[in-house]
Design a protein around this ligand. Structure first.
Ligand SMILES: C[S@@+](CC[C@H](N)C(=O)[O-])C[C@H]1O[C@@H](n2cnc3c(N)ncnc32)[C@H](O)[C@@H]1O
Length: 207
């Protein structure tokens, strides 16, 4: 733990460059807003805010310690295009319930990194449902993390990781891209890109 509650995670240092490269190549520089689900420490959001200075970055999480860390990183960054985090559980019917300002139903981008495998499958379903409700017509949903393709793991180390996840919590586990596509379809979205990333992760982009 850093000063003033700023959490520093190894996963952030492992992934942030790749995620930022994808955002820079796949996302219009002047989009209005980005809603991050499960912002965790908040470190990724600071990077989005620097890379997209004309975009409002909206952060969220469900864990009080994370919400404090996100707030602390925002303060530390001195960036002005970040909104203070709010409690958002993707399983909530109304995502704007706890939002301090109203949450637009015309969001440009929703991003969630390493969330759907460390939560029950219903959270992935909730994420797609919310994305269907809150994204504008051109809006995109980006998921980043480990996924299976057609029932198969993309790397042996992901099998071990999946076993580890399930032994910690039987409702966790690496999800299949096909399952994500089903949830997407049920909510008026479809997979437009499936990008192989370093460290056995994928970036999935839905619109
Ligand atoms: C492995 S952490 C990843 C954090 C951050 N995205 C990152 O990559 O550094 C998973 C995050 O998902 C959040 N999360 C888990 N279940 C959630 C839910 N139902 N709704 C919203 N966020 C959730 C956790 O609180 C945590 O911050």
């Amino acid at each position: 733990m850093n000063n003033q509650g700023r959490i520093d995670t190894a996963a952030y240092h492992k992934n942030h460059r790749y995620i930022l490269d994808i955002l820079k190549s796949e996302v219009d520089q002047n989009i209005s807003n980005i809603l991050e689900i499960g912002s965790g420490s908040g470190q990724h959001a600071i990077k989005y805010a620097s890379a997209f200075p004309n975009t409002e970055i909206i952060t969220s999480d469900i864990v009080p310690k994370n919400l404090m860390s996100i707030k602390a990183w925002i303060k530390y960054s001195k960036l002005t295009n970040l909104r203070n985090p709010f409690y958002l559980d993707v399983n909530e019917e109304d995502w704007s319930l706890n939002a301090p300002d109203s949450l637009s139903k015309n969001l440009s981008l929703i991003i969630s990194i390493n969330m759907v495998h460390i939560s029950p499958i219903k959270s992935a379903e909730g994420l797609f449902k919310g994305a269907g409700n809150y994204l504008g017509t051109k809006g995109k949903l980006i998921l980043y993390g480990p996924f299976k393709r057609n029932g198969a793991h993309t790397a042996p180390s992901n099998i071990e990781f999946d076993n580890w996840l399930r032994s910690n919590n039987p409702s966790w586990g690496i999800r299949d891209v096909i399952q994500m596509e089903k949830f997407a379809k049920n909510n008026g979205l479809s997979l437009i890109k499936d990008i192989t990333m370093p460290a056995n992760n994928l970036t999935l982009i839905f619109n």
